[in-house]
Each structure stands twice: as C-alpha cells, then as structure tokens.
Write a protein that binds this ligand. Structure first.
Ligand SMILES: [Zn+2]
Ligand SMILES: [Zn+2]
Length: 339
C-alpha cells in the first residue's frame, strides 16, 4: 500500500524474471483482456461501493481481478482517502490496515476502485479461476496459452490456484501441449518428406504408408510421457514429501504441478535443436515445478527442492553411469574383435 504512485515493484520469481513481462505483454496483445466487468453480464464495475453487480446481482471480489501495478486507485469507503496497489496483481499490500485519514479498519475488498488515470478503459484480468479450468467458458486456445504462460513464468501463482481436483484435466493439458510441440518440431521433416512425394519422386506406396504411420504414432511419445514419466516423477516427489513431514494436499496436486510445467520444455518445439536445448528447458521445468509444489503443498523450500529435484537428478546420474559403462564395454568388445 502506498499513498502516491511509485515505481513499479515487480516481485518476480526467479524463473519468471525475464519471461513474465514479455509473455504477459505478448499474451495480452493476442488474447482478449476485458475491462473491469461483471463476469456474468459484463456490467462495468468501477466506482461501486457494493460487492454485488448492480445490474445482475452477481457477487464479486476485488481480489478476483488483476490490475497493472499502481494503475488502480483504491478509495477508503469512509473518507475517500486514496491508496494504490503495488503488488504484481495491482492489489494492496497489506490487504487490510487502519486508514491513515479516518483511522477506520479497512480491507481491500471494502474499498471503492477506479482507474488511477480516470479513464474507464483500463484492461484487467479476471482471475477467479485456474485458466485451464475455464476453457469451456473462455475458449480453448486462450485458456491453454494462459495456463502455459503461468507454468512458465508464474509458478507460484500456479501453485496457489491449482484446482482441488483435476488430475485428468492436467494430464490432458500436458499431452496436448507436448503433442503441439512435437508437431511444430517435426514440421520441417514432414515437409521434407512430403514435398518430393507430392512431386512424384517419393518412395511410392511404402513412403506414403510410412508417413501416415509416423503421423498416427506421433501422439504415442506424449502419451507415454504423461502416463508414465510424469506420474513416476510426481510419485517419487510426493513420497519424499510424505517422508519428510506434513504437506497440504494429496498426490494429485503434485502430479498437476508436473503436468502444468511440462510446457516449459519448449526445446521440443525446435526443429533439429531439441537435443541441444532440452538441457536448458528441463531445469526450467524443474525450477517452476519446485516453486509450484512448495506453494501448493505449503512445505519448506528445502523439502520442495529435495522432492522435485532428486528424482530427475538420480535418473540423470543413472543414465550417465549407464552410458559410461556401455562405452567401456564397447571399447572392450572393439579390442576383442580387433586385436
Ligand atoms: Zn452483472
Ligand atoms: Zn478512511
């Protein structure tokens, strides 16, 4: 809470430091954000004292909306003293306090809000629900991209808003996301195969069958990932949480954190370059998943880090050792056959 407009204070999380403003900016250009409206009837809700829509009576809360920092003027309902929201969501911090002017104890949700610059055109985010859970209401693509950007840049918010149930929805999201990446990543190869074929210089029927088969089999990779790798990872992580103390929610929540951060592996959408870049994007997923798990399970940082980082670390080390052993074995065979 500040009394006058100050510099924007962005309390970004480590993973979102650079990407969050970029992604948010990009997404707000591409996908609609609405003015401060009733979510039922689109009535404009600026400058209203009651917390129900004057048009249709639907209750709402200021906390349901997100504003750019310092863009909204909160007025004390008793004396009209102005305050400005400084958090990343444009909310007041602390949420409740004693008014500096009249001394009344006020909460953010008691206050009258309007855009600080007096225009009614300020764009806001409605933020009542987890974006992927809103896909029927808000549209599939908008919900998908908002979930994606949340997993990439706002993992803390992801953990806070994670729905109580929804492991299936999360698995569905992860499958679709990885499939989309795979389609984009392999598109140049598809073109390279398809063009000669269309020009009549392909492998004939066999080539065509091969291409169709490759296309049909493409979802298998993402399905295996979502059906085995992610549950295993989340399972071991959750077991570590169980062994190290209390946690807030069940396995489903840990699994959802794995699913909703899988989109951070954008390397898989890069044609030919996945091999070089997934070493960067997998740690990005691990970081974001850790933050989300810490938030949703309300555990200490060390427990979150231990739970989420240990399974891939062990797997990575095991693969490394396995590869080394294989190479030693291969050298021995070579010596046997070429004395
Ligand atoms: Zn309404
Ligand atoms: Zn006051």
């Amino acid at each position: 809470m500040i009394l006058s407009r100050g510099p924007t204070q962005r309390n970004s999380e480590i993973a979102g430091l650079l990407l969050s403003p970029f992604l948010d900016g990009l997404l707000s250009c591409v996908f609609r954000e609405s003015p401060m409206q009733c979510q039922e009837c689109q009535y404009t809700l600026w400058n209203i004292r009651d917390r129900v829509c004057p048009e249709c009576g639907t209750p709402y809360s200021i906390a349901d909306y997100e504003f750019p920092a310092n863009a909204v003027r909160y007025a004390c309902p008793h004396c009209d003293q102005a305050y400005f929201g400084t958090t990343r969501s444009g909310h007041l911090k602390p949420r409740e306090f004693d008014c500096v002017q009249c001394g009344a104890h006020i909460d953010m949700d008691d206050m009258i809000v309007r855009p600080a610059d007096g225009s009614n055109m300020l764009r806001v985010h409605g933020r009542t629900e987890f974006p992927w859970a809103m896909r029927r209401k808000r549209g599939f693509f908008a919900s998908w991209s908002r979930t994606l950007s949340m997993g990439m840049a706002r993992p803390g918010e992801l953990g806070e808003k994670l729905p109580e149930t929804g492991a299936i929805a999360a698995a569905w999201y992860a499958t679709l996301t990885m499939l989309a990446y795979l389609l984009v990543g392999t598109f140049p190869f598809v073109l390279l195969t398809a063009i000669p074929m269309l020009m009549g210089r392909g492998g004939g029927v066999a080539g065509l069958i091969g291409a169709i088969l490759a296309f049909v089999l493409m979802p298998v990779g993402p399905l295996i990932l979502v059906a085995t790798v992610l549950p295993l990872w989340a399972g071991v992580s959750h077991l570590i949480l169980l062994l190290t103390g209390p946690r807030e929610r069940g396995f489903s929540a840990t699994f959802q954190c794995a699913c909703y951060t899988v989109g951070n592996n954008i390397a898989f959408a890069l044609p030919c370059l996945a091999v070089y870049f997934f070493w960067l994007t997998i740690p990005w997923q691990i970081t974001c998943m850790t933050i989300a798990v810490i938030k949703v399970q309300r555990v200490a940082i060390w427990r979150g880090v231990l739970a989420v980082v240990l399974p891939p670390l062990i797997l990575g080390l095991a693969s490394f050792v396995g590869l080394m052993l294989l190479m030693i074995q291969a050298t021995q065979w070579q010596q046997q056959f070429n004395p």
